[in-house]
Write a protein that binds this ligand. Structure first.
Ligand code: SF4
Ligand code: SF4
Length: 184
């Protein structure tokens, strides 16, 4: 790929990312359109296109340990900007999945805690119960009180429901999660 000869492990990493993201990394010509359009690039430790470079060089650990993959919010701006239809947002998703599965060092554990709280809510109710998500997240961060004023204000304006609303067909939701391997 791009004149670089990778060893077997590095090539496997490239293949895995391509398979999970349905993207062809060799299509990237590092034009920086994705990084230039990313609203969060200034807070990331490496630019989004550099993540592709890392993968192309077989730098698995560095890519999976990067803050970039966790600060990406999946807004798809980069994927829309890419002239070669490289789906950067899907690549970030693939790397997050791989980081979790491989127990990699998570650069932004708070983001993962929030992600887990959202996924847990959807798996149980088929919907997000925002109050519970916030409570679970704050609990995992051992920071129950820093936003209490905001929480009470939202409750008083009925922006947060005390009880979760649930979809009727919860079994279908749970079977989707089982198929994806997110819950046992
Ligand atoms: S916009 Fe596409 S081709 Fe350009 S650097 Fe980003 S992923 Fe690569
Ligand atoms: S999907 Fe992620 S990497 Fe792409 S522009 Fe949005 S935040 Fe940036």
């Amino acid at each position: 790929m791009n004149g670089i000869t990778l060893d077997k492990t590095a090539q496997e990493f490239v293949n895995q990312v391509e398979e999970l993201s349905h993207s062809n990394l060799s299509q990237c010509w590092h034009c920086l359109c994705c990084s230039g359009g990313c609203p969060f690039s200034k807070d990331m430790d490496v630019l989004p296109n550099s993540i592709i470079r890392m993968i192309q060089f077989g730098m698995k650990e560095q890519a999976l340990n990067s803050s970039t993959i966790w600060l990406c919010v999946g807004c798809n701006t980069c994927s829309m900007e890419c002239p070669n239809a490289v789906d950067m947002a899907a690549i970030m998703d693939a790397l997050r999945q791989m980081a979790i599965r491989k127990n990699a060092k998570i650069a932004e554990p708070g983001v993962l805690a929030f992600h887990n709280a959202v996924v847990d809510s959807i798996s149980r109710y088929g919907r997000t119960h925002k109050l519970e998500i916030m409570m679970r997240y704050k609990f995992s961060e051992k920071d129950l009180f820093s936003d209490i004023d905001l929480g009470l204000k939202m409750l008083s304006k009925r922006k947060l429901d005390l009880l979760p609303s649930k979809v009727k067909d919860k079994k279908s939701i749970q079977s989707l999660f089982k198929m994806s391997g997110e819950v046992s």
